[in-house]
Each structure stands twice: as C-alpha cells, then as structure tokens.
Design a protein around this ligand. Structure first.
Ligand SMILES: [Zn+2]
Ligand SMILES: [Zn+2]
Length: 252
C-alpha cells in the first residue's frame, strides 16, 4: 500500500466514523485510543529501559522505588481514561467544519490556535485541580511520584473528562477540521507519555536536550507539587510565578 492509498483509507474511515451509529463510532474510538495507549506506553517503556540499562545513553530522572500497586493502578486508570476519551469523541462528530484543511496556511492556523488554546486551558484546569476543593480528584494522577508512561493518563474520570472536553469546547467556538483534532490527540497522547517517561538522556544532540527539558519539567511537578503546571510551554508558569527555573527532582 502506498502513501496515497493509506491517506484514502484513513479518509474513508473518518467518513464512516462520522456517519455510522454512535455505538459503532464509540467502539472505533475506543479501539483507537486503547491501541495507541498500549503500543505507545509499551514502546516508550521498552526504549527507556534499554537506554538506561546501557548507562552511556541515559538514566532515570527519579530512582525511587515504585509505590505498591502503582503499575496496576496506572493501567486501570489509563483504560478508564481511554473509555472517557472515546465517549467525548462522539461530541466531535457534530462540531467539525470538514475533515481535512483546504490549504497549508489553514492547517498551520488551526494548529497554532489550538496549541495556544490547549496550553492555556490545560494550565488553568491543572491549577484548579491543585486547589483544596479539587485536590482529591487530581491526587489519583499524583499517586505516581516516580512517573512512568503508563501513568500519563492515570487520572480520575473527572480529570479525564476535563482533558477530553478540551477539543469539543474548542470546536464549538473555532472552526477546525476533524483530522487536525485527531492528529493533535494522537501526538498529545504520545507527548504526555514521553514527559512521564522518567528518562534523562545524556545530552549530546539538541533533540535530546529538548526532550530532557520537557521530561524534567514534568517530573519536578510530580516530585515537588505546586510548580511547573504547563504542558508544552512554560509561558503561563512564568506569568504566575509557578515555574521552577532549574527543575530538580527530590530523590527522598
Ligand atoms: Zn498536578
Ligand atoms: Zn503528570
């Protein structure tokens, strides 16, 4: 199968997903979410273990032992989050303006606006989840102090709903194409797993140095608490004084 056949198949699947019964669309969304969750988490975990085993390529950011039942907890919550994302995806079926953007400039504009929206939305939702009233919900995610890719979506169903609702909320205000939201979701899942990988590369190439920054940034959030709420950018953390300039993980 060449690239154009693959693109055509994906577009046909999008069209089928839009038009079919809600329960078939839900099953397709669930299978996609679970497939990506399992494949991405196991691949990132396998690579992290290989890289840290050799030592010369990288090491763990946090070496503390895992908590009792942490892995089971993370997987159970991760599967529940996939179910929530699949349910929320049904809302997107009526909110998009088309499947594929008509030009590169339109694509770039949608990517830019959604990136700014999501960074802002996730920062403030995350801050609210750290307040006294809502901390109990978010404590599910913070049970994992030493992070793992499986724990990226180890969240309370309410938090999973808040994460999932970002796309329908955005789509109800801005014109956006379905493939852009889908692409964002897939890349977002993978990126979230990478920043929970607990991996620190030995810094040789610029890409590794960049990844180290993201991973250490979020590891410090799990280790210390009320710092580094940002997702891909520290802009809002800088504005509100919640940025830890030199993220250090407390290994105690
Ligand atoms: Zn948090
Ligand atoms: Zn986290």
């Amino acid at each position: 199968m060449n690239i154009s056949d693959l693109v055509e198949t994906v577009l046909l699947m999008f069209e089928f997903w839009i038009q079919t019964h809600w329960y078939i669309a839900f099953a397709m969304s669930l299978a996609t979410n679970l497939g990506i969750y399992i494949v991405a988490a196991s691949s990132i975990e396998f690579l992290t273990n290989q890289i840290t085993k050799r030592g010369s390529f990288g090491r763990f950011v946090d070496n503390r032992p895992f908590k009792k039942g942490q892995r089971t907890n993370e997987m159970k919550n991760g599967v529940l989050a996939c179910v929530t994302f699949a349910l929320v995806s049904l809302l997107a079926r009526s909110l998009f303006v088309g499947i594929v953007p008509e030009s590169i400039s339109q694509l770039l504009m949608e990517v830019l606006v959604f990136t700014v929206f999501y960074e802002t939305y996730s920062y403030f939702v995350h801050r609210i989840l750290h307040t006294q009233r809502f901390r109990a919900f978010h404590s599910v995610h913070h049970y994992s102090v030493r992070t793992t890719p499986w724990g990226a979506y180890s969240v309370h169903p309410i938090e999973a709903l808040l994460i999932g609702m970002s796309a329908p909320l955005f789509m109800s205000v801005f014109s956006v194409h379905l493939s852009v939201i889908f692409g964002f979701h897939i890349l977002g899942v993978i990126f979230t797993m990478v920043i929970h990988s607990n991996l620190e590369f030995n810094e040789r190439f610029i890409l590794f140095r960049l990844l180290n920054r993201y991973i250490k940034y979020h590891s410090a959030h799990h280790s210390i608490g009320n710092v580094n709420f940002g997702f891909v950018n520290s802009f809002w953390d800088s504005c509100f004084g919640t940025k830890l300039v030199e993220p250090k993980v407390v290994n105690k």
